[in-house]
Design a protein around this ligand. Sequence first.
Ligand SMILES: NC(=O)c1ccc[n+]([C@@H]2O[C@H](COP(=O)([O-])OP(=O)(O)OC[C@H]3O[C@@H](n4cnc5c(N)ncnc54)[C@H](OP(=O)(O)O)[C@@H]3O)[C@@H](O)[C@H]2O)c1
Length: 257
Amino acid sequence: MNLGEKLRGHHAFITGASGGLGAHFARLCASSGAAVTIGARRRQKLEALVAELWSLGARHARAVDLDVADEGSIEAAWAAAHEDEAPPVDVLVNNAGISGAGPAIDTPAGEFDRVMGTNLRGVWLMSGVAARAWRERGTGGVIVNIASILGHRIVGGTAPYVISKAGVVQMTEVMALEWARFGIRVNALCPGYVATDINAEYFGGEAGQQMIRRIPMRRIGQPQDLDGAFLLLATDASAWMTGASLVVDGGHLVSPL
Ligand SMILES: NC(=O)c1ccc[n+]([C@@H]2O[C@H](COP(=O)([O-])OP(=O)(O)OC[C@H]3O[C@@H](n4cnc5c(N)ncnc54)[C@H](OP(=O)(O)O)[C@@H]3O)[C@@H](O)[C@H]2O)c1
């Protein structure tokens, strides 16, 4: 079965697609013949990617200004994704996310709110806008939340991040339960450490290198290591899956305690 082929004719909206995994997922959707809307705050990066998406074979490609921490921005972005001849969005990829480092005891409330506002509340707001539109249209839809293995186990020194990702896993389950009746499937992809800007500094240092030695497969992932799981969750290859958290991590989560 060619999973990418299953995306042809669909319209994927990917948040946080100005770099890293989001840009990678956008390229994957485009080369599968899907229409793609990409949103983030850095508009220039999005515009450059849009040109590439067309050349990869996207049915349609557009960039929208999006700050997932801002409800008004989310509503405007969703409307902008439906302004032209592309089919309506039927796949939402909640990928936008930020990290935050520091000991829990000294984490100021503002920092906690900043991480939660993007990683948890942003997923909540985006999903709500999509789900209400799909309920109204009666079409159903698919949501893929990019959570993390840190939604299942923890590391120290990044409390708001791990709490937010655990919240995304729970949110995935709640929304799956409540929205199945509308034909909406909600699943989470939980990557282990994948090389992107979010962790480049960490894996450049000794602590990061030590971490790699604790991964059973002894390497961090590359974005393409997520392709199979992403395409499974984004297409009807997973037609009977909802509320699942799919871990793709080189075995990191089963490393010994
Ligand atoms: N890389 C990993 O090892 C790893 C592992 C597990 C999970 N994840 C998750 O995967 C997702 C992508 O991470 P990444 O590694 O690709 O990180 P990244 O390279 O830092 O990219 C993060 C993306 O999120 C966007 N973003 C941040 N805040 C935003 C906001 N308020 N509104 C809209 N977009 C926003 C950024 O774009 P702008 O700055 O232009 O807005 C950027 O495009 C995150 O949710 C992350 O937690 C990553």
